[in-house]
Structure formats: C-alpha cells, structure tokens
Design a protein around this ligand. Structure first.
Ligand SMILES: [Zn+2]
Length: 299
C-alpha cells in the first residue's frame, strides 16, 4: 500500500469491519438461519439511528421466535466475532433517543459509524426507489435488500453511488481553498464537484477547478489519494492532489471566494488558530487532504 494512504485513516465512514458476504445475499435460507444471532441497527423513518440514553448505539438482538423480516437489510458478517449484522427501518417511540449520522461520526467508535453510514446509504436508496424508472410499476427488494426488481417488466435496479472529486490544488507551496456563501463564517475548503457522464476522474478534477476558480490544473499532476463514502445521501468522495499551472483564482459561480493560502496559514487553520480561516471538521476527507498536504509540504 502507498504509505501516504496512512494519512487518510482519520476521516469517517471508511472501515466498517464487515465482510459484506455477497454469496449470503443470494441464500435466503442461510440468512434466515443467521437471524436469531443477528445484531440489528434500527433506524427511524428519517434514517437516524436509535440509541441508548448515553447516545451510543446498542445493537438490538431480534426476539428469538421472530422470523427474518422481508425488509431486513443484510450488512455483512463482523470480521472480529463472525456475527451477522442487519439494518431495518422500524417504528420508534417518541421518547427513544436517536442520533444523526454526522453526530455518530464524532461520538461513536469508527467502525460503528461506518456501519451506520453503509446502512443509511442503502436504506435512503430503498426509500426513494419505489417504482421502476422504465415502466412505472412497483419494485420489490431481493438479495437481502441489494436488488430492486420491477413487478411489471422484471428489470433490476441497483444501489446508486454518485462519484464526486475533491482536490488539494497547490502552486509554488500554496494551497487553493474556496468558500460558498452558504457556509459558516470563515469556512474554507477544497474544490469539489460531481463527476459527469463520459468523464474520467482526472477530467472531472480539471473541469471543476477551472469552472469554480478559472485555475488550470496540470493534467499529468492529478494523483488519487483516497476515498470517503459520503452518504448525504449517496456520494463517494474521491480525493486527489494536483498542481496548478499558476494564476490568481477568479470566482463567478458556485463560490463567493477562492484564494491561495500559504503553508503557515494552513498550519494555523489546522490548529484552529487562524484569525479568519476555518477548515472542514476532522471527519471529512477534505480535512484529511488538507492535513496531508500540510505534512507533505513541511518535510
Ligand atoms: Zn419496470
């Protein structure tokens, strides 16, 4: 493994510690046999996790006599203790505490937050994929929740992931950051955007940076750094580093401000000590990429 990837262990939702065990998705009898010893992540209809009074998630065990529900989503097998994990949307009492996914990232053990992210991404797709896009008939879920089959034309629909690139662009020891008007005061981050059909990841990096800042990226400089599932609702953030050919950023669209920042500025911002610049929170790949650039440039 590339040693630089170690710098990307800090952001959330990346390692759930599960074997997704695809063959079991095809074997409903085996899944039914696993159900009595399952751990079940309960989510409410707004896809928040049902937790204990301490805000931590306490995985539920199903009642021994209950059969595997048809809407149980099979997440996989825990690599540590081999227990099967499922997720379900269930009715939740008004006094049961719930936790949002962003909150879980900062308060839960990392593998648990990653399981929540995985379940939330899948269940969000199911909630919004009820009818066939081809013929309009209802869909029914198969393979433990991973395939939606049209009850009219028989076509299969699969979970959707939307790739997006995010890039640490540098030029002569400075880092390019921008901000959107809607962000909290002082918040600056890296340039990011969704990949479009017919485009490579590197082409998306070059296009997004130019669209948002008019800065040209050196095409051969784009280097993949790591990824982060970002299930708000269904993105996969693909992190890059790149070098610009130079110039001053200009903004006229999505961003209200973009500029080059020095190594010293970034160091102060990472230490939460910069007077005007605030970086994204530690759970994000944006911050991992910025911190990695800072460490690399400091060597
Ligand atoms: Zn159909």
């Amino acid at each position: 493994m590339n040693p630089t990837f170690a710098a990307f262990a800090a952001h959330a939702y990346t390692e759930a510690g599960l074997d997704r065990a695809d063959p079991l998705r095809h074997d409903s009898a085996a899944l039914a046999a696993l159900w009595p010893c399952a751990r079940v992540l309960r989510l409410d209809s707004q896809l928040r996790a049902v937790v204990g009074a301490d805000g931590q998630w306490q995985p539920q065990r199903p009642a021994p006599v209950a059969a595997l529900p048809g809407d149980a989503l099979f997440l996989g097998i825990d690599r540590a203790d081999q227990l099967p994990w499922f997720a379900r949307i269930e009715p939740v009492a008004a006094d049961e505490p719930v936790v949002e996914l962003r909150q879980a990232a900062s308060q839960w053990p990392a593998p648990m937050a990653a399981r929540f992210a995985y379940a939330r991404g899948m269940l969000h797709w199911q909630q919004r994929t009820r009818f066939c896009a081809g013929c309009g008939q209802a869909l029914a879920y198969e393979r433990a929740g991973f395939v939606a089959r049209c009850q009219g034309c028989g076509s299969e629909h699969y979970p959707r992931v939307d790739p997006a690139v995010i890039v640490a662009v540098e030029h002569e020891g400075q880092l390019l950051l921008g901000r959107q008007a809607s962000w909290p005061a002082g918040r600056h981050s890296l340039i990011a955007g969704f990949v479009e059909p017919g485009e490579t990841l590197e082409q998306a990096v070059i296009r997004e940076v130019h669209e948002e800042t008019r800065i040209h990226v050196e095409p051969s400089s784009c280097r993949y750094q790591g990824a982060q599932p970002w299930p708000f609702p269904g993105a996969l953030m693909l992190g890059f580093a790149a070098t610009a050919v130079g110039g001053q950023p200009q903004v006229d669209g999505e961003l209200e401000h973009a500029a080059w920042f020095s190594h010293q500025d970034i160091g102060l911002a990472l230490a939460e000590a910069h007077p005007t610049i605030h970086l994204p929170p530690a759970l994000s790949i944006a911050r991992s990429l910025i911190a990695h650039w800072y460490d690399r440039r400091g060597q």
